[in-house]
Design a protein around this ligand. Structure first.
Ligand SMILES: CC(C)(COP(=O)(O)OP(=O)(O)OC[C@H]1O[C@@H](n2cnc3c(N)ncnc32)[C@H](O)[C@@H]1OP(=O)(O)O)[C@@H](O)C(=O)NCCC(=O)NCCS
Length: 216
């Protein structure tokens, strides 16, 4: 397929059947990061639970022609409250999440501190003088990942368009995203789609940038 031509895909709501493929894409797209280090089992559990929470939503890109949910070419996920979502996942689905999580913690205890940071990072990322955030509802893009060999063909743009349309139907006024400062490709992608940098902060010992854009 020539570069720049939109790929032949259909966009569907993210569903539990896409979870294992989403976890695999996440690991391929974000090597060496905290969530990736939690491992495929934990990520699969998170992506299975996210679309079942009222705080979580997302979309998957599937081949235009084809069966089933196993072949996922890309996905995007978002939440209306990251801290609340992770607490809800822990409280409501401890039985599914804890076994793979505990297995990872036994092998890599340092991940416990990073998990605690994941719960409090919405406080780190929040804009200090954010009257805007108090007045208007906002959502946070948690992850957007496209199959490595299919990047640069417009799949990411299609996923982001679907997410923004969903935000509009939910009366969400602003979409935020936290990006590793060294992830130049993702920063270009967000800048190209109307996101502007709001502030930087430290998370997991790394520099992070908070980006945001109005939904309308
Ligand atoms: C960022 C990402 C989702 C974009 O998806 P995509 O389908 O390649 O995006 P599109 O084809 O719609 O847009 C292409 C634009 O994305 C950006 N981009 C980032 N990484 C890219 C890559 N590896 N290849 C091509 N484009 C990339 C560029 O801005 C590019 O436009 P340009 O080449 O004119 O500068 C995808 O590159 C990806 O999965 N990256 C790894 C995971 C990641 O870092 N996700 C963001 C943090 S959660």
């Amino acid at each position: 397929m020539p570069a720049g031509k939109p790929a032949d895909v259909r966009i569907v709501r993210l569903a539990p059947e896409h979870a294992a493929a989403a976890a695999r894409l996440h690991i391929a797209g974000q090597p060496g990061t905290f969530l990736t280090n939690l491992g495929a089992d934990v990520l699969t559990a998170i992506y299975a639970l996210l679309p079942q929470s009222r705080r979580g939503f997302g979309f998957a890109a599937l081949p235009a022609a084809g069966e089933g949910g196993e072949v996922v070419l890309g996905f995007v996920s978002a939440t209306t409250g990251a801290g609340g979502l992770f607490l809800e996942l822990g409280a409501r689905h401890a039985g599914k999440l804890l076994p793979p999580l505990l297995a990872r913690y036994m092998r890599a205890p340092g991940l416990i501190v990073r998990s605690a940071q994941t719960l409090i990072y919405p406080l780190l990322a929040r804009e200090p003088d954010s009257a805007h955030a108090a007045e208007h509802s906002s959502a946070e893009l948690l992850s957007i990942m496209v199959e490595p060999r299919l990047r640069g063909q417009g799949i990411g743009a299609l996923l982001l368009d679907a997410l923004l349309a969903e935000c509009a139907t939910r009366d969400i006024a602003q979409l935020d995203v936290t990006v590793d400062a060294h992830n130049e490709g993702a920063r270009r992608f967000y800048a190209r789609h109307g996101f502007t940098e709001r502030r930087t902060f430290r998370l997991y010992g790394r520099d992070m940038c908070l980006y945001g854009r109005p939904v309308g």
